[in-house]
Design a binder for this molecule. Structure first.
Ligand code: NI
Length: 227
């Protein structure tokens, strides 16, 4: 399941972030690729431990924590510090799968990647190419979103970033360990929560039918979550 979160950051926040990143010290992205993916990764990356990446990454993490759609879709338990990438001059990232276990730099924490996320920062009309192509059970899906929008997709999907043939594509990516590792269980909980939100709109806070659905939701979550 792909989940699109629109407007995670406002236009002015994105503009400020891009301006800060423009002056940052980008490094060759292949330094952080796994041994398999190093051959297919051609981009630049802001070092994860740089103060700039930390500061901007924390802003994204704070926003994610307050985004009901993200919380509901991810049931996030741990989130990797966001990584900022730059693709230009034909830069691309060929077909690969993200590592299952990721050690957080400078911290004694390892994250199991259940979900991968890409937050688009460059306006889609400012660059050519650069589509994120994700293999799903229904075939390959191309994703190229407005600046400030995020896509969430299962980390076990094969995916690639197509060559950026004109302009610059800046994005932030991160990985999420979910309290519910089973993606089909997580998808059912998300659907149920979305329906509960829709059904409860305009109803009394003590509506018994909505209450019963919330009760079932939490009991399923209790059954499936590991924390
Ligand atoms: Ni990837």
């Amino acid at each position: 399941m792909l989940t699109i979160i629109e407007g995670l950051l406002t236009e002015s926040e994105v503009g400020q972030m891009l301006q800060n990143l423009r002056d940052g010290a980008w490094a060759d992205g292949s330094q952080t690729a796994g041994t398999r993916s190093i051959a297919v990764k051609q981009n630049q990356q802001m070092p994860v431990t740089s103060p700039l990446a930390r500061e901007l990454g924390n802003l994204i993490l704070a926003r994610l924590g307050r985004c009901p759609q993200f919380v509901s879709a991810s049931l996030a338990e741990k989130i990797f510090p966001p990584v900022f990438n730059l693709y230009q001059n034909g830069g691309h990232y060929g077909c690969h799968v993200d590592s299952a276990l990721m050690r957080v730099p400078d911290a004694d924490v390892t994250i199991r990647s259940d979900l991968s996320a890409t937050l688009f920062l460059s306006s889609p009309d400012s660059y050519e190419g650069g589509e994120l192509v994700i293999e799903t059970e229904y075939g390959a899906q191309e994703v190229k979103l407005d600046a400030g929008d995020m896509v969430l997709y299962p980390s076990n999907s094969l995916h690639q970033v197509m060559p950026v043939t004109k302009g610059k594509r800046v994005c932030a990516i991160t990985w999420i360990q979910s309290a519910v590792a089973d993606s089909s269980a997580r998808a059912m909980l998300y659907d149920m929560d979305q329906s509960i939100q829709a059904l409860s709109a305009g109803k009394s806070k003590t509506d018994p039918d909505v209450e019963r659905l919330i009760h079932v939701y939490h009991n399923l979550l209790r059954r499936w979550a590991t924390v």
